[in-house]
Ligand binder design. Structure first.
Ligand code: GRF
Length: 197
């Protein structure tokens, strides 16, 4: 049985989509995996309540309580690795986790940590992706699921979903259209990865 640990910072709608899919489709029986925990670096992350109400253990690890990035990442890895045993290898899923991770942390989870980014990578790595896509005159936008490597938003691409950019779109309307696709794509991409890891 694989232990999926999901890291969030905010609303956690992608995490919720994964939890719902894992329970609805009985990933434990069909894919040998369960969502073991949701960890947030913010105590007020909305997604925490959803996770708890769906029977998932949660943990808050406030990055501000640590001296530096390396200390936070080391503590985070320790918490995640508590779910990583020979019988229960861990898969780390970043879902709106708004922290830049050290290379040491990323390398520790090489091949077993994924992220979802709200653009069609390699276009628009980084922040404000929807406004940047609108400003660039893009006619399509979307989201990408990728393996995490030390360079931000640059790992091997596992899945992509595209949506049209419509006349009059704002960053918010485009984000909402993209997010709908993220919720469909991310659970599927995680299942696909379960077969490969
Ligand atoms: C999503 O757009 C995701 O692609 C990006 O951050 C947003 C997180 O949204 N990494 P949510 O917390 O999953 O609702």
């Amino acid at each position: 049985m694989k232990n999926i640990v999901i890291l969030i910072s905010g609303s956690g709608s992608n995490m919720a989509a994964i939890v719902k899919a894992s329970q609805r489709d009985d990933w434990a029986a069909h894919h040998g995996a369960r969502v073991a925990a949701v960890i947030s670096n913010k105590a007020d992350a909305k997604g925490l309540a959803f996770a708890r109400s769906h029977g998932i253990g949660t943990l808050v690890l406030d990055h501000k309580a640590f001296a530096d990035r390396a200390a936070f990442d080391a503590a985070l890895a320790e918490r995640i690795d508590a779910f990583d045993t020979p019988d229960h290898p861990v898969l780390v899923v970043l879902a709106g986790f708004m922290r830049i991770l050290t290379a040491e942390f990323v390398n520790h989870y090489a091949g077993r940590m994924v992220n979802i980014h709200p653009s069609l990578l390699p276009a628009f790595a980084g922040l404000n992706t929807h406004q940047r896509a609108i400003d660039a005159g893009c006619k399509v936008a979307g989201a990408t699921v990728h393996l995490v490597t030390p360079e931000l938003d640059h790992g091997p691409i596992l899945a992509q979903a595209a949506v049209p950019v419509l006349p009059g779109d704002t960053a918010d309307t485009l984000a909402a259209r993209v997010l709908t696709q993220e919720h469909l794509m991310y659970p599927r991409a995680v299942v696909n990865l379960l077969f490969k890891t």
